[in-house]
Write a protein that binds this ligand. Structure first.
Ligand code: GLN
Length: 549
């Protein structure tokens, strides 16, 4: 029998429920429990695949091809496990199921209502992962903030489950904020009290309160919160701001979040947590021996969450290289042929990000050209690889109007073309080439050195592909397809063997990088950037010396 932990949030959004849920899961996993996390999002989109990254940050893709909330990325990075379609549910999905059933006549003429039909469907989905007998504990994060109209059916579903299940099988962790008022020099508990009150008005009493705070809250305040919110004092957990999200599990362990949760779930026999690898990673992260500067070129760079998995992959790869990775966000729209050298001159590596549509692509192409010509380590992901292909076609092969049909549907030299299977699709959402596909790597290529094997599988999210009609021309001119899907012949990896490090991939390696398994492409990219940096620094000091002489 699985046990269930629900994580709700109060006072404000962006408190980091995903990180707290992932940290708790990590600690329980480290104590030997089989844990998974799922996220319930109260918006009406069926999935976040159709959401603009400005609205909701990156869209995370699972092995089985679900377009999901970026918190699933945190879960995978922390736990080193795969999540799936079942781990992310939205109000849209719930309603879609209920409405489809209604159309099929499944409700036998009854009036279909939020309670019980929507709440029943929510409860069914909340319990699905538990029926597999695979997990000891299932953590469910409820998106949004308590008090939002759209969260109500979810809170009601938890209330019903609390009533239906034995006490020791379900608990609720509520995450709140204790703001510090500078003028009064005081931490304020009132917003937390109100938020707990609102939750209890809906019939749900939290068992544990995790209090986000900039300043340590101390025992007096903990006691006050406990008293006014009806929880035990030991169950008031201080979550003080951390330097990195990867420190949060250790902070939560110090606060005994995991043991308090286990006690309430009436689980008594468990070992000390095994966190050796995690702590080694943190040590390397905190005390780097070198530093590289990587340019991240994209059109959503002003929004941190838009490239979440890429940024986290850099953290993992940096730690294993014992190297601080400073990421400089460069908006592709502001790069021109004239200013590219100035903008990229102090970089040790260039990553051109995934993306959609026309905006900013000229800047991306200029940046790729600069990296190719200067021997600057280059890593292109999805659209980034496609840009590298277009740049190479135009500037090396000499096909001046080479383009992608995504940006120019009339181009006569479509080196990037829409995939055949995509041409018939008119609906949006879940219709791209999504999820994991195998790829065969050419022996002796850079990709082969990086992966150390010739069979890989990676996750995808795209509509366009490299046009194989041009492959021979590319090879002749020095850019090779070093990874291909054998079944469909889709090109997965392009590289320039004569360049120190130039690789573009059609898939998204950033989705598979975890703390315990940093992605080899990122690891080697940072390694190449380190080498580039050493040369850059050496030639800089040589120039300085000759100027002095
Ligand atoms: N827009 C490109 C395509 O659909 C690239 C997608 C991406 O970068 N994820 O093929």
């Amino acid at each position: 029998m699985s046990k269930y932990v629900f994580v709700t949030g109060g006072v404000t959004s962006s408190l980091g429920k995903g990180i707290i849920a992932a940290s708790l899961a990590k600690l329980l996993q480290a104590r030997g429990f089989k844990v998974t996390i799922q996220k319930f999002d109260p918006y009406i989109n069926v999935d976040p695949g159709t959401l603009n990254p400005y609205e909701h940050g990156e869209c995370f893709v699972t092995e089985d091809g679900a377009e999901t909330d970026l918190d699933l990325g945190h879960y995978e990075r922390f736990l080193n496990i795969f999540t799936s379609q079942a781990n992310n549910v939205t109000t849209g999905k719930i309603y879609q199921t209920v409405i489809n059933k209604e159309r099929e006549g499944a409700y036998l003429g009854k009036t279909v209502q939020v309670i019980p039909h929507i709440t029943d469907e929510i409860k069914r989905r909340m319990l699905i992962l538990g029926q597999k007998n695979e997990f000891d504990i299932i953590i469910t994060e409820i998106g949004g903030t308590v008090g939002d109209i759209e969260s109500l059916p979810y809170i009601e579903a938890i209330r019903q489950l609390q009533w239906e299940m034995p006490d020791e099988d379900l608990l609720v962790v509520h995450l709140t904020l204790i703001p510090y008022l500078k003028a009064a020099k005081e931490l304020k508990t009132k917003p937390t009290q109100h938020s707990v009150k609102m939750l209890s008005e809906s019939g749900v009493m939290p068992d544990v309160l995790v209090c986000r705070t900039e300043e340590p809250i101390g025992n007096e305040i903990k006691k006050k919160i406990a008293q006014f919110c009806n929880v035990q004092q030991e169950a008031v957990i201080e979550a003080v701001d951390a330097a990195t999200i990867y420190e949060v599990p250790l902070i939560m362990m110090k606060e005994r979040l995991d043991t308090i949760v286990l006690k309430k779930l009436n689980i008594t026999n468990y070992p000390e947590p095994e966190l050796t690898k995690w702590k080694e990673f943190l040590d390397k992260l905190k005390y780097p021996k070198a530093k590289v500067t990587i340019g991240l070129i994209g059109k959503y760079v002003e929004l941190q969450d838009a490239y979440k998995s890429i940024l986290e992959s850099f953290v993992h790869a940096g730690a294993i290289n014992e190297c601080k990775v400073q990421v400089v966000d460069i908006h592709s729209e502001f790069i021109t042929r004239e200013n590219v050298a100035e903008k990229l001159g102090s970089l040790d590596g260039l990553l051109v990000a995934p993306g959609f549509g026309h905006r900013g692509i000229d800047g991306k192409i200029s940046a790729v050209k600069y990296a190719r010509e200067k021997g600057l380590p280059f890593f292109g992901i999805c659209l980034g690889m496609q840009m590298a292909v277009i740049e190479f076609a135009r500037n090396v092969i000499g096909i001046e109007n080479a383009h992608s049909t995504e940006m120019d549907s009339d181009t006569t030299n479509a080196v990037i073309n829409m995939m055949e299977e995509q041409k018939k699709i008119t609906k949006m959402g879940g219709t791209m080439r999504l999820g994991t596909y195998p790829c065969q790597i050419k022996i002796g290529s850079l990709a082969h050195t990086i992966y150390g094997k010739n069979q890989i599988s990676e996750r995808h999210r795209h509509r366009y592909e490299f046009n194989n009609e041009y492959e021979e021309q590319f090879e002749r001119n020095g850019m090779i397809a070093s990874g291909v899907n054998l079944e469909t012949k889709l090109v997965e990896i392009m590289e320039i063997p004569s360049h120190p490090f130039f690789i573009g991939v059609q898939y998204h390696p950033e989705l598979k990088s975890t703390v315990e398994n940093p992605h080899p492409l990122f690891v080697h990219f940072i390694g190449a950037a380190k080498k580039f940096n050493e040369h850059r620094m050496a030639s800089k000091s040589a120039t300085l010396q000759s100027e002095v002489i």
